[in-house]
Design a protein around this ligand. Structure first.
Ligand code: AMP
Ligand code: MN
Ligand code: MN
Ligand code: MN
Length: 288
C-alpha cells in the first residue's frame, strides 16, 4: 500500500523542519510520495527534490496559494507545478510582499494592545524564510507567555475579532488557478471544511472552480472530521473532481496527523494521482 501525503510545510513558509529534514522525517514514517506545499513560496523545492532522491521518495512539487474569494480566505494547492513558470513565480512574490505589509499592520495592532516588538519577534521566528505569516506571530507570542501554545495564541489574538487580526486581500481564485495550470500543475482546494461555507456558497465555489479548470478537492485532511471527509468525498465524486489527501504537516507537535499517518481516501473517490505519470508510482497500489 503506498503512503501518499500531498500537503506539507517546511521552514520556507511556516513549517518547523527544513525541506531536507522534512524529507528525512517523511522517510522515517514510510511515506512514498510527498508534496511539499509551502504557503506562497516554492523556494524549498530544490532542496526537497535533492533530499527526496536520497530518501527514495517521489517528490511532488507543490505550493499552497492564499486566495481571497467572496471576502474569505481560501487555500488553493498547486500539485505538480513548474516552480519556474514566470506568472506563478511573480504572483507568489507579490503575495509575499503583501504579507510583509500585513505583518506590519498586525504588529501595529498588537502594539496598540500593549504587546511590543512583535514584528521583530515574528521575523526572528521566520528565520531565513522569505515570508512572514501569522504562525510566526503565534510562535513569538507563545514564547513570550501570552498564551500556553500556538493554538491558544491564534484563538486569543490572531483570528477574526481579536486584537491582532488584520483583514487582508490575497490573490483571486482565477489567478491562482491560472498560475497553477499555466505551470503544468493541478489545482486542488485545500481543507474545504475549514471555510465553513454554507451549502449555496460551497456549491458556487465548486462550480466556479470547475469552470476555471480546477482539478481536485482535498478530501482527507488534518482539518477534517471523519464525517467531513465522507461529505467532501461524495461532493468530489458528484462534481467529478479528483480527491487528494494531505496531513498539512507543519512539524512535530504542531499537526494533528503526523506525516504518513493519514486515513485512506473513501472508496467513492478518484485519487488525484491515478493518472500521474510518475516513474515508480504505478508499482504502488492504491490505498484500500
Ligand atoms: P497566514 O497564511 O499567515 O494567515 O497563516 C495561516 C496559517 O496559520 C495556517 O496555514 C496554519 O498554519 C496556521 N493557523 C491558522 N489558524 C490556526 C489555528 N486556529 N491554530 C493554529 N494554527 C493556525
Ligand atoms: Mn500554515
Ligand atoms: Mn491551509
Ligand atoms: Mn497548509
Amino acid at each position: 500500500m503506498p503512503n501518499i501525503d500531498l500537503h506539507s510545510h517546511s521552514t520556507i513558509s511556516d513549517g518547523v523542519l527544513s525541506p531536507s529534514r522534512l524529507l528525512a522525517h517523511a522517510a522515517s514514517r514510510g511515506v512514498n510520495v510527498l508534496a511539499l506545499t509551502d504557503h506562497d513560496d516554492v523556494a524549498g523545492l530544490n532542496e526537497a527534490s535533492q533530499s527526496a532522491q536520497q530518501e527514495n521518495i517521489i517528490l511532488i512539487r507543490g505550493v499552497e496559494i492564499s486566495v481571497t474569494w467572496h471576502s474569505r480566505t481560501l487555500h488553493i494547492l498547486g500539485l505538480g507545478i513548474n516552480p519556474e513558470h514566470p506568472p506563478l513565480a511573480e504572483g507568489l512574490k507579490n503575495i509575499r510582499d503583501g504579507r510583509l505589509d500585513r505583518a506590519r499592520a498586525i504588529a501595529a495592532q498588537l502594539d496598540k494592545f500593549g504587546i511590543r516588538g512583535s514584528f521583530e519577534g515574528a521575523n526572528a521566528q521566520a528565520g531565513e524564510s522569505r515570508l512572514i505569516g501569522r504562525t510566526h506571530f503565534a510562535r513569538f507570542l507563545a514564547s513570550q507567555g501570552y498564551a500556553k501554545d500556538v493554538k491558544s495564541v491564534f484563538k486569543k489574538y490572531l483570528v477574526k475579532g481579536k486584537p491582532g487580526h488584520v483583514s487582508h486581500v490575497w490573490t483571486s481564485l482565477n489567478e491562482a488557478v491560472d498560475w497553477i495550470r499555466g505551470s503544468g500543475g493541478q489545482a486542488v482546494i485545500a481543507h474545504p471544511a475549514r471555510y465553513k461555507l454554507g451549502h449555496n456558497l460551497l456549491e458556487q465555489l465548486l462550480c466556479e472552480f470547475c469552470e476555471l479548470g480546477g482539478a481536485g478537492l482535498e478530501v482527507v485532511s488534518s482539518s477534517h472530521t471523519p464525517g467531513e471527509t465522507q461529505q467532501f468525498a461524495e461532493l468530489a465524486a458528484r462534481m467529478e473532481l479528483y480527491a487528494s489527501c494531505g496531513s498539512d504537516y507543519h512539524g512535530p507537535g504542531e499537526s494533528y496527523f503526523d506525516l504518513g499517518r493519514l486515513p485512506a481516501l473513501p472508496p467513492v473517490c478518484t485519487p488525484i494521482w491515478n493518472e500521474w505519470n510518475i516513474p515508480g508510482i504505478s508499482e504502488l497500489s492504491q490505498p484500500s
